[in-house]
Design a protein around this ligand. Structure first.
Ligand code: FAD
Length: 356
């Protein structure tokens, strides 16, 4: 149901509700490992994430940082760890619904035979069990706080690049100083008519090598500038110009542009999950020693899960994910063993799931 890059399939907006054994909310490191493990246990699995790519905090917040405390890796770049986890998870071909934020949960079955309908901003999903691996909550791009911004959204003002074609032949203004802003400035050069990058500081958070590459291009880089206002016509016309201001000199310039791509980071919010009938305290969901929440068949693992002695680490999240999946398996099939044995001993079963 996916390709090896985790391209979306099986999303809520994509047709009739199909019943899954396990649906995982959150495609961060813990959700990805849970998905892999569910594959080992022959569970029909789906991952839903509000972002357009898998990897959670690893890819969104610190892709270029080294991590030193993941077992088996003396050190690993967060981006590379995400890549390995995605590859591992995709072996069992889970359904993946990206760019979709989960909002509500409707219990359908009973304690013996739980079933849930998960309602997102794009549709709904049916599942026997559910694992919440939502970290600190759904990531959403930080937006411009100027009054005209909402009306111009997707009419020239963008917070994500879903298709380069949107920027084809356009004069594009990119806002931000991190990896996303710098990478899109580089990547859109072959598509856009011209690119200007503004950043409110004079130092970039992006990878040094990318900044060096960018400085060698024809992309116009303006530091200490921020957007002051946007100019846009009605109807089809959309955005026509951006007014920018230098925070040091107070110089104001009007740039005639056709598109603005804002890449200034992300906000997180657990959102309506806080209202679900679970025990939620300070953004974390209480679980028992089976990693099960107050609702039967609803598990939680990773940063979002709380229990005595909890450590918010990737290493502990992986263990929690394996526990939760094994108990979810027993919920789906009460005759199944909780402990499936070691993966190294599972050759026949494993090979039917794992294709590399
Ligand atoms: P996350 O990585 O937060 O992923 C959760 C995912 O769920 C997100 O993609 C989010 O979009 C999605 N989601 C949430 N709610 C919804 C919803 N309603 N609908 C759809 N999708 C939703 N840990 C270490 O062990 N070692 C380190 O060295 C380390 N360094 C770090 C450095 C930094 C700068 C930061 C910020 C964190 C670091 N961490 C480190 C912490 C580590 O990244 C987290 O513990 C880990 O990412 C938690 O994984 P997770 O899968 O539980 O959640």
């Amino acid at each position: 149901m996916t390709d090896s890059t985790g391209s979306p399939s099986g999303g809520g907006g994509m047709g009739a509700e199909e019943l899954f054994d396990l649906t995982i909310i959150g495609g961060g490191p813990v959700g990805l490992f849970a998905s892999f493990y569910a594959g080992l246990r022959q569970m029909k699995t789906k991952i839903i994430d509000s972002l357009e790519e898998l990897g959670g905090q690893l890819t969104t917040l610190y892709p270029e940082k080294f991590i030193f405390d993941v077992a088996g890796f003396p050190k690993v770049l967060a981006r590379d760890l995400a890549h390995q986890l995605i590859q591992q998870a995709m072996q069992a071909n889970p359904a993946v619904a990206l760019g979709e934020t989960v909002r509500h949960l409707e219990p359908l079955g009973d304690a013996e035979n739980p079933r849930y309908r998960i309602v997102s901003d794009k549709g709904s999903h049916l599942t026997r069990t559910l694992m919440i691996c939502a970290g600190a909550g759904a990531f959403s791009p930080k937006k411009l706080r100027i009054p005209e911004a909402p009306a111009l959204e997707n009419r020239g003002l963008h917070y994500a690049c879903r298709s380069k074609a949107v920027f084809a032949g356009k004069r594009v203004l990119i806002v931000g100083g991190g990896d996303s802003a710098v990478d899109w400035s580089l990547n859109l050069r072959d598509t856009a008519e011209s690119i200007t990058l503004i950043h409110r500081r004079n130092q970039f958070r992006a990878h040094e090598e990318s900044v060096r590459q960018l400085q060698a291009t024809d992309v116009k880089i303006l530091t200490f500038f921020e957007i002051k206002s946007l100019v846009g016509g009605g109807g089809e016309q959309g955005l026509t110009a951006a007014v920018i201001e230098n925070s040091q000199t107070k110089e104001v310039r009007t740039l005639e542009v056709d598109a603005v791509l804002v890449q200034i980071g992300f906000d997180t919010s657990l959102g309506p999950i806080k209202e679900w009938p679970l025990k939620v305290e300070r953004g974390q969901i209480q679980v028992n020693s089976h990693m099960e929440t107050a609702l039967p068949g609803v598990f939680a693992a990773g940063d979002v899960a709380a229990y005595e002695g909890k450590l918010k680490l990737i290493a502990t999240g992986f263990g929690e994910a394996a526990m939760a999946v094994n108990f979810a398996k027993v919920r789906v099939d009460p005759k199944a063993k909780f402990f499936p044995g070691h993966s190294s001993e599972m050759t026949a079963q494993h090979e039917s799931v794992v294709t590399v």
